[in-house]
Design a protein around this ligand. Structure first.
Ligand SMILES: Nc1ncnc2c1ncn2[C@@H]1O[C@H](COP(=O)(O)OP(=O)(O)OP(=O)(O)O)[C@@H](O)[C@H]1O
Ligand SMILES: [Mg+2]
Length: 394
């Protein structure tokens, strides 16, 4: 507890944009967010006052960081299991706990568990490190068809760690590289995806659950570029199914905090679970303006076992567009000018910049538009985002 305010100190491991936006929500609740950052120039380290520079792979750094925190939570899932368990043994409240977080850290553990629970997933197989690895790929390809998807079971994000391979010859070097560095490998049937959806929910230790409306996540090159809330054209049955499966997963896995369930809708309208994230997620950024309670506030409420807030929409249509670093450098001076024009042209569109350097493909911010109908709202958000990134609204 913070001695001055009497309110809890939440520790967040990781200092990217998720921690930065969680800090923003913590401020309104009177809380202090303590952040474990790799470097002083990390997005959240730039703006929070209680920052510890350290390495989340070092238990001594984690221990020093966790001292005095009511609860320790995460902006990424890369803290090793052994360290999480050591913190729990020290008496630290870790949320989500290691038993839950495992399923967001390891895609093979997740596939195994979700399959056991009877939920639909793409056909999959785990490849072991023995010499028979490529034979497993061959058998799997023969059964489920080519191309197929190879995934690193651990450590991937934004599509890094995902390869679509068209033949055994293409699969061999990927497999060799992953297994060679000791990374377990997951094979998946390539789903003929109609579109991708996400069910974002929160769960508290008390057992309360709350779900935001199901959203569509529009992807390009393995990266989410837009989120449409609520997902257009979803039947009531599909929406109920997605919401129920996410709340059920949160309960069965013992998740505390926000859980994002990435889903595929296949051509037959079936919903398949892709992967799980147990933290605020890109598919929930729209909630900052588009829902009564943002995912960042909800995550803080949940990890502190406060009652959860309303997830109601604040407008009929909400669209979030990611700002992805374009090729080539953008002069800071030009950016400031663009922000000025952006604000003049799109007074209804809300801008979020993460305080990051601009690199090709990197998520440097997002914009959110709210409106009476999807088409117009989407058009506005897209034009505003394109203008900010390219100096041109197309
Ligand atoms: N089995 C599959 N069939 C077809 N496309 C897939 C499959 N698995 C993944 N993809 C595509 O690749 C993207 C990234 O896959 P996945 O979500 O597993 O990786 P990630 O890098 O951990 O994710 P994130 O981008 O959420 O961090 C998916 O959003 C989807 O577009
Ligand atoms: Mg994903």
């Amino acid at each position: 507890v913070d001695a001055r305010t009497g309110l809890p100190v939440v520790g967040m491991v990781g200092a990217g944009q998720l921690a930065r936006m969680t800090h923003q929500a913590a401020i309104a609740l009177g809380q202090s967010l303590r952040i474990l950052a790799d470097s002083e120039s990390d997005g959240a380290a730039l703006i929070a006052s209680d920052v510890i520079i350290g390495d989340y792979r070092q238990l001594t750094d984690l221990r020093e960081f966790a001292r005095g925190c009511e609860v320790v939570t995460f902006d990424h899932e890369h803290v090793p299991q052994s360290h999480l368990r050591a913190l729990v043994d020290d008496g630290i409240t870790v949320a989500p706990g290691p038993d839950a977080l495992r399923f967001a850290q390891d895609k093979i553990a997740m596939r195994t568990k979700v399959t056991e629970l009877g939920l639909a997933v793409p056909a999959w197989a785990a490849v072991s490190a023995d010499a028979g690895g490529l034979a497993t790929v061959e058998t799997f390809g023969a059964e489920h068809g080519w191309p197929l998807v190879i995934k690193a079971a651990t450590g991937g994000y934004d599509g890094r760690g995902v390869w679509v391979v068209g033949s055994l010859d293409e699969a061999a070097p990927v497999l060799e590289q992953l297994l060679g560095q000791g990374t377990a490998v997951l094979l998946e049937q390539r789903v003929d995806i109609k579109r991708e959806l996400a069910a974002v929910v929160a769960r508290s230790p008390f057992g309360q659950g709350a779900a935001w409306p199901i959203v569509e996540t529009v992807q390009r090159d393995g990266i989410c570029i837009e989120v449409l809330a609520p997902a257009p054209g979803l039947t009531d049955d599909q929406a109920d199914e997605a919401e129920e499966l996410a709340l059920r997963l949160a309960g069965e896995l013992g998740v505390v905090g926000v859980l994002a369930v990435e889903l595929f809708e296949d051509r037959a309208g079936r919903l398949l679970v892709n992967e799980l994230a147990m933290r605020p997620h890109n598919s929930g950024h729209w909630t900052i303006e588009g829902a009564r309670t943002s995912q960042f506030e909800q995550h803080l409420r949940a990890v502190l076992d406060y009652p959860l807030g309303s997830t109601e929409l604040t407008a009929p249509a909400v669209v979030m567009v990611n700002l992805l670093g374009a090729d080539g450098d953008v002069e800071p001076k030009a950016i400031d000018e663009r922000v000025h024009h952006f604000m003049a042209h799109w007074p209804d569109v809300k801008l979020h910049l993460y305080g990051k350097g601009w690199r090709p493909g990197r998520k440097v911010g997002h914009v959110t538009a709210l409106g009476p109908d999807l088409d117009r709202t989407r058009e506005q958000a897209r034009a505003a985002a394109a203008y900010l990134m390219n100096g041109d609204a197309k």
